[in-house]
Design a protein around this ligand. Structure first.
Ligand code: FVH
Length: 292
């Protein structure tokens, strides 16, 4: 389908994120129909002009473009299985967080019913929706993305990641993996410093500039990984990177060593395979798909 700045849109799911998406569409002047399992959550949007039928069958047939922003993969099927047959010829953009394979399953299920499917992954919080700071990743057929893009761009910065419908989810979850692991490392450090009485706030004041500066190393490690040569000069070797002293220090202070112990396990695994003289980035070889 080809949308314009005034295309009507249906939004399914009015949690924190779905409400923000629908609100941005209303702000931009789109005729907007909303539906939520618990109808009371539609009241504010209805007061602003959204149509809010309590029957999902009415909602999904109100416009050919339907956006789903529900809790998870199961809730998409629980909401739409009974009505997907009425959406033939339309487009479903699913912004619900799923795994890549769950997104691929939804794409195949939509195709069986003659519905174009685009998967999306929101890299933003609800207050960011409607600003360029809100990054949303999409994957699925290019022509479907291009057709609905005028609507998608209402929410933030849209990035197309490829035809495989699982890619938006994969790249979203890959970024979140990096983020959560980094936060776990920070909190482990805070617990170590906290064992000597430093507050987490004091630790954050020291950690923020240090860890921010360290992120410059991502590009260096990435170049080594992409080059596939972990012996290039200028790298910190795995032998030098041994973190068993940090694990020991953590335990001495009565602090669970979980995050740093996990890194040490990756280092030890590569050293045990005889790669101690090679660079730290070699732990990628223990992590990547098809790792030996
Ligand atoms: N909020 C955020 O910051 C993050 C940012 C990154 C992406 N996520 C994903 O967006 C999806 C929705 O998130 P949300 O924040 O809107 O979530 P809630 O406020 O918890 O609302 C959940 C909605 O899902 C409905 N729902 C739950 N289960 C079912 C079901 N079985 N059938 C139909 N609807 C269901 C729920 O309805 P109700 O409880 O009000 O009746 C809400 O509308 C999510 O995938 C995030 O990972 C947001």
């Amino acid at each position: 389908m080809t949308t314009t700045e005034s295309t009507g849109v249906t939004v399914l799911g009015l949690g924190a994120m779905g409400s923000a998406l629908a609100s941005a569409l209303l702000d931009a002047g789109h005729a907007t129909t909303v539906w939520n399992r618990t109808p009371a959550r539609a009241a504010d949007l209805a007061a602003r002009g959204a149509a809010a039928p309590s029957d999902i069958a009415e909602a999904v047939t109100a416009h050919p473009l339907v956006i789903a922003c529900l809790l998870d993969h199961a809730s998409v099927h629980q909401s739409l299985d009974a009505v997907i047959g009425t959406m033939r010829g339309g487009t479903l953009v699913n912004l619900t967080t799923t795994t890549p394979n769950e997104a691929r399953e939804l794409a195949a299920w939509a195709a069986e019913h003659g519905v174009d499917y685009l998967d999306g992954a929101i890299m933003a919080t609800p207050p960011m929706i409607g600003t360029t700071e809100a990054s949303i990743l999409y994957s699925g057929p290019r022509e479907v993305f291009d057709g609905v893009r005028p609507v998608l761009d209402r929410w933030g910065t849209s990035t197309y990641d490829g035809a495989d419908p699982g890619l938006a989810s994969l790249f979203d979850l890959a970024l979140l993996s990096g983020m959560y692991t980094m936060f776990a490392g920070f909190l482990h450090g805070a617990a170590m410093a906290g064992s000597a009485g430093m507050t987490a706030t004091e630790f954050a004041a020291r950690a923020t500039p240090f860890l921010s500066a360290m992120t410059a190393g991502f590009a260096h490690d990435a170049a080594v990984v992409d080059g596939g040569d972990y012996t290039v000069p200028g790298q910190q070797s795995l032998d030098f990177s041994d973190l068993s002293h940090i694990v020991r220090a953590s335990e001495e202070q009565g602090v669970a060593p979980g995050p740093v112990a996990a890194v040490q396990e990756l280092i030890s695994g590569q050293i045990a395979q005889g790669y101690g003289a090679e660079g730290f980035a070699r732990i990628y070889e223990s992590l990547r798909a098809d790792a030996e």
